[in-house]
Design a protein around this ligand. Structure first.
Ligand code: TXA
Ligand code: MG
Length: 315
């Protein structure tokens, strides 16, 4: 069921239920992060492997300090500047955070979502919310309550509707290790924005074994083949005998079976906002394949290319 009743969502969560919640990035599937059996319901509803840890959502920095052991000055600086917002930060966890949330890891990832409804919800409850994206694992993330309902509606009691997400790709995840800030997953906050605030270089972590499904190669997948290309015109010609949907980010005369404009002006924030919704739409139409041209690889464009790359993997 979809609704806008924050008190109802809070009551369900307090009973150990899962509830989908709006954030500025994507919708999350939330449960009481301090209650292992509630957290287990998230893994079950999403069909998420339990070795993949969850982000915990808190209402502010003070709230965060209840769950983590020491807040490094660089993390403090980032949190002060970017929270509420699309930055998730890895901290050494206190024992109160169950191992199921962190998949046995000693650290927990926290963020404060920049969404009025969910901040109101977080302030009305006395526990933090573990919440991965509100989709079945490895499918396209939802940026509206309707898309959550479509994917998970028969598995969860309530979707708290907060409208369309205003960022559209998941949060950036960083860790602070040895006085260095390292990006574990690209997302809504760019490397450049982090560096601007810190006044120092920020690094990328090359995926090792663990950690993020953001780091599993194939993720965010559509049901039909999606090809990420550098030369749209060449791909268009290559597939001229097929029914093609194109996700476009500039105005163009190119015609095909279906066209979806992520943006008409190349505005990357606009592309991010529309990306997952238009992937859903192209996946549902009567085309055979989806074509997308890689966007400029700077700012939020890095996160956009990352999601598209994973969606395009293995076709
Ligand atoms: O924008 C977002 O971050 C959204 C909204 C709902 O807040 N959430 C989200 O969650 O994208 P999810 O589960 O789809 O992605 C969380 C990522 C995963 O790649 C996970 O592996 C990583 O965060 N992660 C969570 N806790 C971690 C930990 N303790 N150590 C390392 N990685 C962690
Ligand atoms: Mg996800």
């Amino acid at each position: 069921m979809i609704g806008t009743d924050v008190a109802h969502a809070a009551a369900l969560l307090a009973q150990g239920e899962v509830v989908a919640i709006p954030t500025e990035t994507v919708y999350g599937l939330a449960a009481n992060a301090l209650d292992p059996s509630a957290v287990a319901r998230i893994y079950e509803a999403k069909e998420r492997p339990s070795f993949n840890p969850l982000i915990v959502h808190v209402s502010g920095i003070d709230d965060a300090s209840k769950y983590v052991n020491n807040i490094h000055p660089l993390a403090q600086k980032l949190a002060t500047h970017f929270w509420p917002g699309s930055l998730s930060i890895l901290f050494p966890k206190k024992d109160i955070i169950p191992e199921l949330v962190t998949a046995g890891l000693p650290n927990v990832v926290l963020r404060v979502p920049d969404h009025k409804t969910t901040l109101e919800l977080l302030e009305s409850i006395d526990f933090p919310l573990a919440a991965p994206s509100a989709n079945i694992s490895n499918t396209v993330s939802p940026t509206s309550a309707e898309r959550v309902e479509q994917g998970l509606g028969d598995r969860i009691p309530y979707v708290l509707d907060g409208g369309r997400c205003t960022v559209g790709v998941e949060s950036t995840i960083v860790s602070v290790i040895d006085d260095e800030v390292v990006i574990l997953r690209e997302g809504g906050i760019s490397k450049e924005a982090l560096e601007g605030v810190l006044g120092m270089e920020v690094y990328y972590k090359k995926a090792e074994k663990v950690i993020a499904p953001g780091q599993m190669k194939r993720h965010y997948a559509t049901h039909k083949p999606l090809y990420l290309v550098d030369d749209l015109m060449a791909a268009y010609e290559q597939f001229s005998d097929r029914k093609v949907s194109m996700l476009l980010w500039t105005d163009t005369d190119l015609t095909c079976t279906h066209r979806y404009f992520l943006s008409r002006s190349g505005d990357l924030s606009e592309v991010a906002i529309n990306l997952f919704e238009m992937m859903h739409q192209a996946d549902e139409d009567d085309s055979e394949i989806i074509l997308v041209q890689r966007v400029k690889d700077h700012g939020i464009g890095k996160a956009i290319n990352d999601r598209l790359q994973r969606a395009a993997q293995d076709w």
